[in-house]
Design a binder for this molecule. Structure first.
Ligand code: M6R
Length: 608
């Protein structure tokens, strides 16, 4: 949700800024811009649309200088137009911003009354004007910047420069920001991916921290103005992980990485195939089971949580509630004691999930919090009592694939662990289930070695006005996920529904042009799902059956069947995810949409 970069370098930093924006384009891609300090003035270039447009503009009129900032935008306030693209500036101050300034209307009014002239419809443009005002009032630049931050309400990560001082300013409150250094200079960025090739060390800024840097000095302050310690960590290796390799799209690459990701997770948490151990969540081992679990997430991560509820409730016999974060945080939730709160997030920065976590901690600090997360340095990881890291590696495609199945797998291990803690599962049964999870890696590999089987699905979508995904039990959330994947990247309307609920309404949608994808797995109410399938067939729908049952065992007369390897209660959804991902990918390619950067979306939703 917007990527920001700032650099103070030894040499010209235009190309570093561009390269960094390229690595963060997944965060937003409706416009982009950079501003570089010249000898006397700030020089800015902005372009609407993808970064390539800015690159072309810079080819025609390049910028030179060693201090600058850049931004790739996902619009919140103001349509995607050049005038709303960042950087925003006065004559002598320029900023890039990720987040939302909630009091921008009041600021705009008071700043306009004092002579500010706004060019954009954005909330962000109030920042340089406010800073300018404070700078005029105060001789001390640190006080001016701190006063500016103190007047901003909402969430922000900001990088800023001034025309007359060779300093890179930065601040973080509510949106992610890190500081990095390498031979080429000092940087601030929304994401380590942005500086992976130029920096060797990193500091993940804490909530409320701000400061400035030039090539010789770095000053970090806490929200109250006190000086913060500077503790560099080595930059994680990530360059190879962010290259597409031989694949046409990141999404395709990430789908194909899943067998490796499965093994990484299993080898991290259950290497001997008998015992499960989460080293960064000691309370799972040491504390008694809670009387209730609440799981909160958004989008695909929410779907993973829904599947886990079936696993946990079956063995633990305690209530497991699952909620979308934006609902949880505003519905005055009743929490109570003895409750574990679990968040799930690929990025660990999703604003609603992060705020739900903070709300929970504020209301019941005595309860434990756990996050399933793919980004070890993220805010959710830092703010939770325990962490189950997903080890999926950077996920660049906006549509989540490997992070989703990584969540499912880690949740399966977590459920097995708690079942064993609760003496609800004998050790030999746990071992059997773990073996099934290891086998799922091979099962997925075999599906991915035979992808032409998925090609026959695409033509069914050439005339369709939408699609319906049906499943029961843990396959119901899988149906939701299949539908989400399809709509995200092919822009086709799709619904996921519990198969048993279909006749209470959605059956009216069915005609000969509606593909209905039925998930029928041996583990989950097979007979009942097959009855639902017949009801759909009888109304002329084009059925696609995804199943682990041989046709001769269960004749269905469906024309389009995708057979997947058979899994057990925990591993079956991992295997069934693959055809759903491939289906969405193939339909999107058929429709010619932008698979990795679908319209209106961004990878990391850091505004509510
Ligand atoms: O980073 P998170 O897992 O917290 O993100 C949550 C959702 O924004 C995300 O899953 C979104 O739905 C994806 N585009 C799904 O493909």
């Amino acid at each position: 949700m917007c990527g920001i970069i700032g650099a103070v370098g030894l040499n010209n930093i235009q190309n570093i800024l561009l390269q960094s924006l390229k690595s963060m384009e997944y965060r937003g891609y409706d416009s982009a811009g950079i501003c570089i300090q010249g000898e006397q003035h700030l020089h800015t270039r902005k372009a609407k649309g993808k970064l390539i447009n800015l690159e072309h503009l810079l080819e025609q009129s390049p910028l030179t200088g060693s201090l600058g900032i850049g931004h790739t935008r996902w619009a919140t306030h103001g349509v995607p137009e050049v005038r709303n693209a960042h950087p925003h500036q006065t004559e002598s101050i320029a900023i890039v911003h990720n987040g939302i300034i909630e009091n921008h209307k009041q600021l705009r009014e008071s700043l306009s009354a004092a002579g500010a002239t706004f060019d954009s419809d954005t909330d962000s443009e109030t920042i340089p004007w406010l800073w300018q005002q404070e700078y005029t009032k105060n001789n001390n630049p640190e006080i001016a910047f701190h006063n500016t931050l103190n007047q901003l309400q909402g969430a922000f990560a900001i990088a800023g420069i001034q025309a007359n001082e060779h300093k890179l300013w930065f601040a973080r409150r509510g949106s992610p920001l890190l500081l990095a250094k390498g031979e080429a200079g000092v940087f601030v960025a929304s994401d380590a991916l942005a500086v992976g090739t130029v920096a060797s060390h990193v500091i993940y800024l804490q909530e409320g921290q701000w400061g400035w840097s030039d090539l010789e000095h770095i000053h970090i302050f806490n929200e109250d103005g006190s000086q913060a310690a500077i503790q560099w960590e080595p930059m994680p290796e990530m360059v190879a992980a962010t290259e597409k390799g031989p694949y046409a799209h990141y999404m395709l690459k990430e789908i194909h990485e899943q067998p490796r990701v499965f093994l990484d997770i299993l080898n991290a948490y259950a290497p001997d195939k008998q015992h499960i151990h989460f080293p960064q969540a000691a309370f799972i081992e040491n504390d008694p089971l809670p009387s209730r679990i609440i799981m909160v997430a958004c989008g695909t991560s929410y779907h993973a949580a829904l599947t886990a509820r079936y696993w946990l409730e079956r063995y633990l016999k305690i209530p497991v509630e699952v909620d979308v974060a934006s609902e949880f945080r505003y519905r005055d939730p009743v929490i109570g004691d003895n409750t574990w709160f679990i968040t799930l997030s690929q990025s660990g920065e999703t604003a609603d999930t992060l705020e739900a976590l903070r709300l929970f901690k504020q209301q019941t600090p005595q309860n434990k919090t756990l996050v399933f997360c793919n980004v070890a340095s993220s805010s959710m990881v830092r703010e939770s009592d325990g962490v189950i890291e997903l080890y999926a590696g950077p996920e660049i495609g906006v549509a989540s694939t490997k992070a989703y199945t990584a969540q499912l797998l880690a949740l399966a291990l977590f459920s097995l662990k708690l079942a064993s803690n609760a003496n609800a599962m004998p050790p030999e049964e746990t071992t059997k289930h773990i073996q099934y999870l290891f086998d799922a890696s091979q099962g997925v590999e075999s599906l991915l070695n035979n992808t032409p089987i998925f090609d026959k699905l695409t033509p069914l979508f050439s005339q369709s006005h939408g699609a319906l995904f049906l499943g029961r039990g843990p396959c119901y959330p899988l149906a939701l996920e299949g539908a989400l994947k399809l709509k995200e990247i092919s822009y086709l309307h799709a619904e996921g529904y519990p198969a048993g609920e279909m006749k209470h309404g959605p059956i009216a949608l069915i005609d000969e042009n509606l593909p209905v994808i039925v998930l029928a797995l041996r583990q989950y109410h097979l007979d009942k799902v097959i009855s639902n399938l017949h009801e759909v067939q009888a109304r002329g729908a084009k059925v696609i059956l995804i199943t682990d049952i041989p046709e001769k065992e269960y004749p269905t007369n469906v024309d389009t069947i995708i057979h997947i390897p058979e899994g057990d209660f925990f591993s079956a959804p991992l295997l069934a995810s693959i055809p759903l991902q491939y289906l969405a990918y193939n339909v999107a390619r058929f429709k010619g949409t932008d698979v990795d950067q679908p319209r209106n979306l961004a990878k990391s939703v850091t505004v509510e």
